[in-house]
Design a protein around this ligand. Sequence first.
Ligand code: ADP
Length: 270
Amino acid sequence: MPKNFASADRAPVVARSAHPTVPRTGGADTAVRLDAVTKAYGRGENAVPALRGIDIAIPRGSFTAVMGPSGSGKSTFLHCAAGLDRPSSGTVVLGGQELTALGETALTRLRRDRIGFVFQTYNLIPSLTVEQNITLPLRLAGRSADAAWLARITDQVGLTGRTGRRPGELSGGQQQRVAIARALVTRPEVVFGDEPTGALDTMTAKEVLGLLRRTVDELGQTVVMVTHDPVAAAYADAVLFLADGRIVDSMAEPTVERVADRMSRLGAWA
Ligand code: ADP
């Protein structure tokens, strides 16, 4: 079960501040930090507030799940933290770089070079092989793949021996593993996941969540994942709960039961 799996898997991890709600730690141990971030869609009387003041520092090498009722701001939070969208006010600092200070070209380059994305739909390029899909972010950046690193992540995601195949020859879970390897290939500051197991069956979802967990424990990767599934959230070191555009609670060492209980009390499944 995830609870046992997660605690067993975490046992060898050196103690770290898994509780990400200390807002202003900043510095080298912080992968991404949001200060006083607000976001409204539209203008004037029609403006819809999606984020109403987010202060959070996410420790490097941690796995954070973001949960909340529909419309609570999860996607907007992820998009602002990942430089896919600009806050209306406040600052986002990723790996020491203030995203909110960058122009479009620099921001695009930073997203490509320093951020990994894993989506619900795998977004692989069907005509490319597994290896070509994995190394695409490097080729776009004009960099070549480090053979040892490529071999390591290919092994980590369990795709050794399948790198010549095309996405159409793979199962959904295998395709998502390719997408995770692609997200890891640039050694990004943060891998952001938007419901990365939303399209997978329960067993395959657990495999993918276990893989994300190992990227944190074994590669020191930082992962931030939006999910509505307490089982998925229980793989994380900590869960942030959003409601109405604010972080209303957080939970360290989450279990399925505690997360589900907290979500019920947020009215998520009312
Ligand atoms: P969640 O991911 O938790 O469902 P979102 O971040 O998608 O929440 O949305 C937060 C709020 O912002 C909601 O009220 C939603 O309707 C609104 N919203 C999101 N995207 C847009 C948009 N492009 N235009 C207008 N309103 C939006």
